[in-house]
Every structure is written in C-alpha cells, then in structure tokens.
Design a protein around this ligand. Structure first.
Ligand SMILES: Cc1ncc(COP(=O)(O)O)c(C=O)c1O
Length: 441
C-alpha cells in the first residue's frame, strides 16, 4: 500500500503531469518531429520487411498493417538504453524492484489506480501472459469467450492453450459497435472458464464504458468465469473519450474475478523487447497463474526501456497520442471527401482504423475473384478470401499494405485495418495512392 505521503506526492505530480499534457498537445509534433518519415526498411521490421517477402518485387510505399508505430522512440528511452549498453556484461540479471515501481507509479498517475507490488507479475508480453492465464483457469477443450471481430492473435493464444475460442459477435449499429449482452448470456456456460476482453478493443477501437464493464463482469462472475482484460492499447484514447480500467470498477466481482494484462511496449513502441505485466487484486488468481508455469523474467533491455518509458516518456507519449488523434481526423475528412467508397468511423481508442471496404470489394467483385482463384487451387492449399484479393489490389495498385479483416473473425470479412501510427506525410501519400486506385478500379 502506498503511504499517504507517497500518494499525495503522486497526485501532486499527476496535476503537474496534466499541465504537461496540455503543453505537449500544443507543440507536439514539432517537439519530437513526428512528421519525419523514418525509414524502417532493412531492419527486420515485421510491419515493413515482411510485406516485401509476402509481395516480392512490389513497391510498397506504406506498410500500415501490424500494430507498431514508425516514429523514432522517446529520447528518454534511447538515453537509458545507451547508458546500460556502456556496461559490457549481459549475465543473468535480477528483476529490479524499480521496474515494478515504475508500473505502479504509471498506473496511479495516469489512471488513479493504486496497485500493490504483490498484485503484479512480470511477463514477456501480453500474449504470453494471457497464455499462462488461460492455461491456469481453463482446462483443455474448454471454451474461452471473446468478442468478434477480435485481434487475430487472441484466437491463436486461446488455441495454443488447447482451448476453444467462442465468439460473441459485437452488434454493429449505425454509430458503432456495441456488446451484445443477450448473446453473452446465452453463450456463458459451465465450461466457459474465461472471457477474454480487449479494452480498448482491437480492431473496432471501442473503449468499453463503466456500465458495459460492470454488466460484463457481473454476468461472468455469476457463471464462475474469470475476466481476462487485455488493456495494452489503454494509453491511446481519442480526445473526449475515456478508458475505464477493469480495476477502477467498484465491484466486488472485478476485485475477485478479473485479471489485467498490460505493457509499456504498445504505448512506447517497444514490442521488440518482449516485456509486459499482469495484475490482479485477487492474489489467488496470480498464484494460479504462477503455478501454471508462467515465466516472470523479462529481458534486461526490456526492463530498462519500459522503466525509462514510464518514468520519463510521458511527454513523448502525450505528443504521439495527440498526433494520432489528428491523423484519425485527417483520415476521416480525407476519406469522406476523396474516397467515399471506404467507410470509416473514428475509433474511441487505439491507433487502428477499422475501414469498411464493402463498397469497393463489391465494385471489383472480390468474392467472385476469390472463388475463381480457389477453383484452380489444390484442395489443401490455403483458401483465398475476398479480403486477400482486396489486400493484393491495394499493394499492387496503391503500394499500401493493410491488414485483412477476415483474420479478425466474424464480422471482419469486408474490413481492412489501417494503422495510423505513422507520419502524416506518409499517411497522406498512402491516401492519395488509395484514392487514385479507387478511381482506376
Ligand atoms: C490487443 C492486443 N493484445 C496483445 C498484443 C500483443 O502484445 P505483446 O506483444 O505484448 O504480446 C497486441 C499487439 O498488437 C494487441 O493488439
């Protein structure tokens, strides 16, 4: 438990922090030069270099799929890493308490949530943490519920734990996606031991409201289902929107029956470092995760980078979040004016734009094209989807690579996901290319 003095210090810094947010919002992109187009080619980048392997010989101007960002990292992170590298020894390391303290301070300053040291486990990422938790709570062949569409790797992780992903489709309404609580009620059963929640939701960008979360958590608790809340996108919240951490609920169910998964790696673009953490108010849940064989040891440079990010990277992150907000607005205006075939509603959170391509896919007959390609294929070859055709056309005609929505499960078939965590100069170029391609198609 933090002492009262510690808490008031933290709250005082919180207000100081709030004024930092303001000032960095004013001078954001200049301060960190976020408009710079920073080439990542030839660095084994999954977002960039993998696409050339998938589409050999093609000119890719903008890789806008995999969820990382193209900006140079926060100066404080580079500085901390450079300092650590001066010490030429990479033997086994202890996990420093300062790593956990940086997580506690960040959570308190940003979200007003006090978490105690023994409520945190280290993890080599959010997905490895989720894998351990599913193994801990869900017997093989039991069901894990999740909203659909959902981030592809959530399905993969559930299957890797020998469990069965069961989709509870989100309701698509004219103003966005909603949780279908009637469906949830129907689907919760004796062999559903976990609900895998994503908040903010990848790919729709929903920030689930307090009321949504309370209803979901209490429905799950009544069924004896643990809520595993993946909150990795929580620092990317659009202006005027609000993120509610599962532990800010004043609900006994959330205290007893929920586990959160998070990391500095999404917010600060440190995915290569494989670092994250798990927290739960109920220590018994954490004990079960540890007993499932969960590894808490995080790599040294990941610790150094994450700690520097949480301790000193706040201004950089505020500038980036504000820049992304402007990218989303730019994208919205641009598409409405120049490429109305592509429908888009700005997300409440994340840097991911979930674009409805149905109009364009219908225009080019993507479903029929996919069917005719499948006819000529070996029966064991992977099936071509309409989304594969759309992705390929975008690469070939526009030099832009987006993620295929069908890979996000039910409801994703006619969508592609665009990552706007990049320079607006590149975003504009990509949109100009896409617009020219829509006109030519
Ligand atoms: C919702 C969500 N969870 C988890 C991850 C990956 O987390 P990690 O790299 O920490 O395993 C991502 C990455 O895109 C994500 O979008």
């Amino acid at each position: 438990m933090k002492s009262a003095a510690g808490l008031s210090f933290a709250l005082a810094s919180h207000s100081a922090h709030a004024s930092n947010v303001k000032s960095s919002i004013n001078g954001s992109s200049d301060q960190f030069n976020l408009d710079e187009v920073y080439s990542r080619w030839g660095t084994d980048s999954a977002k960039w270099d993998l696409q050339l392997r998938r589409f050999p010989g093609r000119k890719i101007t903008a890789a806008m799929g995999i969820a990382d960002m193209d900006f140079r990292t926060a100066p404080a992170i580079t500085h901390a890493l450079a300092n650590r590298i001066k010490h030429d020894n990479w033997g086994y390391m202890l996990m420093p308490e300062s790593y956990y303290e940086s997580i506690q301070n960040w959570t308190l300053l940003r979200y007003g949530e006090e978490i105690q040291r023994d409520q945190i486990l280290g993890a080599t990422g959010v997905l490895p943490g989720l894998l351990s938790a599913i193994r801990a709570f869900c017997p093989p062949q039991s069901k894990v519920l999740l909203h659909a569409p959902a981030y592809t790797q959530l399905y993969v992780t559930i299957k890797a734990a020998s469990c069965i992903p069961v989709e509870s489709p989100l309701k698509k309404e004219s103003d966005g996606y909603r949780i279908d609580f009637e469906d949830l009620e129907r689907q919760l059963s004796n062999d559903t031991k976990a609900f895998l929640l994503c908040n903010p939701h990848n790919p729709t960008g929903n920030c689930w409201s307090r009321e949504d979360l309370e209803t979901l958590v209490s429905m799950c608790a009544r069924n004896g289902t643990v809520v595993l809340s993946d909150e990795i996108h929580c620092d990317f919240i659009a202006q005027g929107q609000h993120f509610t951490p599962i532990f800010s609920l004043e609900s006994e169910f959330a205290e007893r029956n929920a586990v959160s998964f998070n990391s500095a790696t999404k917010s600060f673009n440190l995915s290569a470092f494989k670092t994250g953490y798990i927290y739960a108010r109920n220590k018994k849940l954490l004990d079960k995760i540890v007993a499932s064989g969960h590894s808490q040891v995080v790599n040294t440079l990941g610790v150094v980078a994450s700690r520097a990010a949480y301790e000193e990277g706040g201004d950089w992150l505020d500038a980036v979040v504000s820049y992304i907000d402007q990218n989303m607005r730019y994208l919205e205006n641009y598409l409405a004016t120049n490429a109305p075939l592509i429908k888009f509603k700005r997300p409440e959170g994340t840097y991911l734009a979930w674009l409805d391509f149905s109009g364009w896919m219908e225009k080019i007959g993507a479903t029929q094209l996919a069917a005719s390609e499948n006819k000529n294929k070996d029966k064991d070859a992977p099936k071509i989807h309409a989304g594969d055709i759309m992705e390929r056309i975008l690469v070939e005609e526009a030099g832009v690579q987006l993620d295929r929505g069908y890979r996000f499960g039910a409801g994703g078939e006619n969508f592609l996901r665009m990552n706007v965590g990049t320079s607006r100069v590149l975003l504009k170029k990509a949109l100009d290319n896409i617009t020219n391609a829509t006109r030519a198609s």
